[in-house]
Design a protein around this ligand. Structure first.
Ligand code: CA
Length: 227
């Protein structure tokens, strides 16, 4: 899941980025409304965390402009103090949710995940592939009921395959959703994660759930490898 943070205060921006990365999100940052607007138009974000008081174009204007352009990326607005934003006004502008500073990081992540679930295009809450069960909301994977411990990044790669169960997903599509703008572009990084996923999800169980489709990408089998 790729998220854009638009926030001018460096401390807040950096701590948001680090926190969200630790939760397995790919995160890009913008320091002004204009840069944020440009990035939101240019890249396929799953959600935007948008501060209201920004240099240049403010958060309201960014939100209104995106909605006017039919860009429906979920937006979570950050307000500096109570009363800065009338809640009804924020919703009218097209924001999906907002939080008043100071907020707890746990609450921010919960709200963000709720937004992502709502916009998930009707994807099932838990994705089942044979006896493999992937829960994007809880960030857990089980094989035959046994927990498989994955790192945040391994989970993010698996989630991209699971959301398109049975379809071939290219390395470029995976990188676009899981890594951020500063990623240097070697798509072979995906192979490293596929290898570790196979070690954890398949090899101990003597099955093969993630198939390599030469020159095209990877496919998570609908039967979870147990045919
Ligand atoms: Ca600000």
């Amino acid at each position: 899941m790729r998220v854009l943070i638009v926030e001018d205060e460096p401390t807040m921006r950096v701590s948001l980025r680090r926190g969200l990365e630790a939760e397995g999100f790919a995160v890009d940052e913008a320091e002004s409304g204009d840069t944020g607007l440009w990035m939101a138009r240019e890249f396929p974000y799953d959600a935007i965390v948008l501060d209201i008081m920004l240099p240049g174009r403010n958060g309201y204007e960014v939100c209104r402009t995106l909605r006017a352009e039919q860009n429906w990326t979920p937006i979570l607005m950050l307000t500096a103090k109570r009363g800065e934003l009338d809640e009804a006004e924020g919703i009218d502008l097209g924001a999906d949710d907002y939080l008043t500073k100071p907020f707890s990081f746990v609450v921010l992540v919960a709200r963000l995940r709720a937004l992502l679930r709502r916009s998930g295009g009707g994807a099932p809450v838990v994705i089942e592939a044979g006896d493999l069960s992937i829960d994007p909301a809880a960030h857990t994977v089980t094989r035959g009921g046994a927990d498989c411990a994955l790192t945040a990044r391994e989970f993010a790669v698996l989630e991209q395959l699971a959301r398109r169960l049975g379809e071939v997903v290219s390395k470029a599509e995976i990188v676009e959703k899981v890594w951020d703008l500063h990623f240097d572009g070697d798509l072979n990084i995906v192979e490293v994660y596929i290898r570790s996923l196979r070690k954890k999800l398949d090899e101990p169980f003597g099955v093969r759930s993630i198939e390599t489709v030469r020159g095209a990408g990877y496919r998570l089998r609908t039967d979870g490898g147990r045919s």
